[in-house]
Design a binder for this molecule. Structure first.
Ligand code: F6P
Length: 541
């Protein structure tokens, strides 16, 4: 606790010090307060971190190396589920050779390589049209999954669209029938490959969507098995659903759902961009793994991103953080990171079950720039809550003929972090208004509305171009950041018990909506009334 107390005291002592004063005192601050890895630079100079804060935070991170090696070497660090945490093994074939990774004395790497090779063969033959549907080579792929079985591939498929040279890829996740309906519209069942991705093969949303799509198939094709593949550890259940064993790609319990896109759950991405590009994606993540394991804590990008996060949330008390990619193709990155960060670190007890002494979280949200600027940046600049912002941008776009767009995008990204830090004082606001011809009462009345308090922190991640390698590195950066924050807080970042209660209650409420009066027993008044209202509205049409 004393490190936290020291951090709190340090923060209190300097709460009013402007970030700009740190730049004035430290001429090389921008270079000193940034970290490099995998061809990317993370600039964290526009935060209030100084030497003392940094020393204390690095002290906090001293426990990380031991836990990190426990994770990489296959120890069961997910203690509440009794599981190892080895998503990094899925990309190990693309990284440094560091010998076997054993779970219960068995090296998992040969199995990883074998599954990757099977995926590679399957994806290649689909892309070449050698594995085809009843109506001919596949023109479309539909991935059905939710949470970790959807967000990763959905995010990455969009992010890497310049590299697509395979069939079109679509995603159905929501149990809302609208999702299946709208996605399937216009697709040819005989030329569509449906990939059902579910680690457990029991998730109600996914199984409901899979059954609906099988019915849709069944009306048009005589042998639906030709149109399906599965990504799952539950081989008995995939067989029961009618998916041939040679089209099932399994993974083990040491791969958590939200960490699973590096293996079979990434099949739709592999089909879209091809196995070689998928290897580059794995290589980027493996390069970040190597950096995370080898770099000193103070030069370690995931560690530094985590320490900035801990400083802002646990020490400064800022309740949320915004992820703001100035990269349209990273549209789904905030949603992906919401699961990664909030399902991992949204906990209330530490590993041993005791109440956490600090807040956990934080809430993560965001939207690509520049669109966000025209929506919620008002609050970020002038609202009463401070929102630390995590900007990210590529130096170069994929559209050389539209480089004017890209330069504007870059200028906007840099301008926003500058504006947040610098702000605009009352005097500056008045001077600008006077120059625009305002005077007297009107000027007085309006001036305070034009003030920007400034001193609002942000980080900026700059990378050359959003390639498969770079995307892999960015995602692994965030995975390890979450890990470091979890270790510093003493929590288990790899379980997700908090999603269970709602799932259970949905099962008990569903019969109520079918008019089963027995299901009303034990329900609260509000739920009963809402169910009645639903019934009435449905009856009224
Ligand atoms: O929402 C909880 C969760 O278990 C996530 O952790 C997981 O990514 C998602 O459900 C989907 O699970 P499955 O892959 O087993 O269908």
């Amino acid at each position: 606790m004393t490190i936290w107390n020291d951090l709190d005291a340090h923060r209190r002592a300097h709460a009013d010090r402007p970030i700009t004063a740190l730049f004035a005192a430290e001429p090389d601050r921008a270079a000193r307060r940034s970290t490099q890895a995998c061809g990317m630079v993370l600039d964290w100079s526009k935060t209030a971190l100084d030497d003392r804060a940094l020393d204390l935070l690095l002290d906090l991170a001293r426990v990380v190396p031991e836990r990190r090696e426990a994770m990489f070497s296959g120890q069961r660090i997910n203690e509440t589920e009794g599981r190892a945490v080895l998503h990094t093994a899925l990309r190990r074939p693309a990284g440094k050779d560091r010998g076997p990774v054993a779970v219960d004395g068995r090296d998992v790497l040969p199995g990883v390589a074998e599954t990757l090779e099977r995926m590679r063969r399957f994806a290649t033959r689909i892309r070449e049209g050698k594995i085809a549907g009843q109506g001919g080579s596949y023109t479309d792929v539909v991935n059905i999954g939710i949470g970790g079985s959807d967000l990763g591939p959905a995010m990455a498929v969009r992010a890497l669209s310049p590299y697509h040279d395979g069939p079109r890829v679509h995603f159905i996740s929501n149990v809302d029938g609208a999702d299946a309906h709208d996605t399937l519209e216009g697709l040819d069942p005989g030329r569509t490959l449906v990939i059902v991705g579910s680690k457990t093969f029991t998730t109600i949303e996914t199984m409901t969507n899979a059954a609906t799509v099988r019915d849709w198939m069944g009306r048009a094709v005589t042998h639906p098995a030709d149109q399906f593949a599965a990504l799952s550890s539950a081989l008995g259940k995939t067989a029961q659903f009618g998916i041939d064993a040679d089209r099932v790609f399994g993974f083990e319990d040491w791969v958590g759902g939200r960490y699973s896109m590096w293996g079979p759950i990434g099949l739709s991405l592999m089909i879209a961009i091809g196995p070689d590009r998928f290897d580059e994606f794995l290589s980027g993540a493996a390069a970040m793994d190597d950096h995370f394991r080898d770099a000193d804590l103070g030069q370690n990008m995931p560690v530094m991103l985590a320490l900035v996060g801990l400083w802002h949330h646990q020490v400064c008390g800022y309740p949320t953080r915004a992820v703001l990619p100035y990269d349209q193709r990273l549209l789904r990155l905030p949603a992906y990171l919401q699961q990664l960060e909030m399902e991992s670190n949204g906990k209330r007890v530490s590993m041993d079950g005791a109440d956490l002494p600090r807040v956990s979280g934080p809430v993560v949200w965001g939207e690509p720039g520049t669109n966000g600027q025209h929506a919620f940046y008002q609050l970020i600049h002038q609202g009463t809550e401070i929102v630390p912002c995590e900007f990210m941008v590529a130096a170069e776009g994929h559209e050389p003929d539209l480089d004017n767009h890209h330069k504007l995008l870059l200028a906007n990204c840099l301008a926003q972090s500058q504006a947040l830090m610098r702000g605009r004082s009352l005097d500056e606001a008045r001077a600008l208004m006077e120059a625009a011809g305002l005077t007297g009462d009107e000027l007085d009345r309006q001036a305070r509305h034009r003030v920007f308090p400034g001193n609002r922190p942000s980080t900026t991640l700059i990378y050359p171009k959003l390639t498969p390698f770079r995307l892999g590195a960015i995602v692994a950066l965030y995975e390890h950041r979450v890990f470091v924050e979890g270790v510093a807080l003493g929590i288990n970042s790899f379980d997700q018990w908090g999603v269970e209660l709602g799932k259970e209650l949905a099962l008990s409420i569903a019969p109520l909506l079918d008019g089963d009066e027995a299901a009303a027993v034990g329900q609260d008044g509000s739920t009963l009334r809402l169910a009645e209202l639903v019934a009435r509205m449905r009856a009224d049409g």
